[in-house]
Design a protein around this ligand. Structure first.
Ligand SMILES: C[S@@+](CC[C@H](N)C(=O)[O-])C[C@H]1O[C@@H](n2cnc3c(N)ncnc32)[C@H](O)[C@@H]1O
Length: 291
């Protein structure tokens, strides 16, 4: 969340512990807020796709005719649309806590006005970008040929083996409860020489103006009281740890981009003390698996 009002921001930061507790432990409040707080921004995701596409080109990764899996799409289809428009054969969306529930049997889009309007705006945006005719053709092909498949699941619960060419995610790995299991599973899901591209937002999502505020809490307090499994769960895994998990799972790093921010926090819990990666607020990893 981005708080621009100075007064509100100082109150918010001073009482972050009770506010985090209430938000994560009182489900009516969470239910009321999470659709607003966790709605994806299709414009910035569209820019992210351009960034991903540039990285793919720089590293000779071809999207054409490839099976792409997106982990944690949230409520947006914009990455999927972009991959299909660039020639991908099919896009498989995997989300454990579906907000978007594209083609999920439990979900009636007509009853979810907020999501329906979101899809309409997202499609209008794409029409402006690629032209109405191209977009209409794309939407109609997706429908006719079932080019987007949605799976409501964790990566380690799906039964794919050596089937997918490219796995991508944006702002997802910081929300996964057991990233190690998901990363190992992703290595199995990918074909030999398969590619993964993950952009991980390592900031404290409570107030983006204090991106490292959450370092003050012990692991026990954090996990038990201040975060909650589901869409808003945050694991506080740091960049170097994440890299090590990918390497241990057999991935090779083709490209790495890290964004550093000033580490202005004074209170750092012993859980984090001595780490050299505390000022890294985002990591993007382009990876390859060879089996
Ligand atoms: C912050 S949202 C990001 C949504 C979208 N990628 C974006 O950038 O706007 C995180 C997403 O990760 C999903 N997620 C959390 N844990 C997951 C898991 N274990 N497996 C798959 N998806 C998960 C959540 O349901 C949510 O849709």
């Amino acid at each position: 969340m981005q708080l621009n009002n100075k007064f509100l921001s100082s109150i918010f930061n001073a009482f972050d512990m009770p506010l985090r507790f209430v938000y994560s432990h009182f489900s009516p409040i969470r239910k009321m807020l999470y659709k607003k707080l966790y709605s994806s921004d299709y414009k910035s995701l569209d820019e992210k796709f351009n960034y991903f596409d540039t990285l793919f080109k720089q590293h000779n990764v071809n999207i054409n005719d490839k099976i792409v899996m997106e982990v944690g799409p949230g409520n947006s289809l914009i990455l999927a649309y972009n991959f299909l428009f660039k020639g991908a054969k099919k896009v498989i969306l995997v989300d454990k806590y579906p907000l978007n529930s594209y083609k999920n049997s439990d979900f009636d889009i007509k009853k979810d006005k907020l999501q329906l309007n979101y899809f309409i705006r997202e499609r209008e945006f794409l029409k402006l970008k690629i032209g109405t005719e191209n977009a209409e053709m794309l939407f109609s092909n997706i429908e006719k040929q079932n080019l987007i498949e949605f799976i409501a699941s964790d990566l380690d619960e799906i039964k794919f083996e050596n089937e997918v060419d490219i796995i991508v995610s944006n702002s997802v790995f910081e929300h996964i409860y057991n990233p190690k299991n998901s990363i190992i599973a992703s290595a199995g899901i990918l074909k030999n020489n398969g590619i993964a591209l993950h952009s991980v937002d390592l900031r404290d999502h409570y107030n983006f103006k204090r991106p490292f505020l959450f370092y003050k809490y012990s692991e026990k307090v954090w996990e038990k009281y201040l975060t909650k499994l589901g869409v808003s769960y945050t694991n506080r895994l740091r960049a170097n740890h994440l890299k090590d998990i990918f390497l241990d799972a057999g991935f090779q790093i083709l490209y790495k981009n890290e964004i550093n921010l000033p580490l202005n926090e004074k209170k750092i819990n012993s859980h984090f003390k001595g780490r050299s990666d505390l000022d890294i607020s985002q990591i993007d990893l382009l990876l390859k698996i060879q089996k």
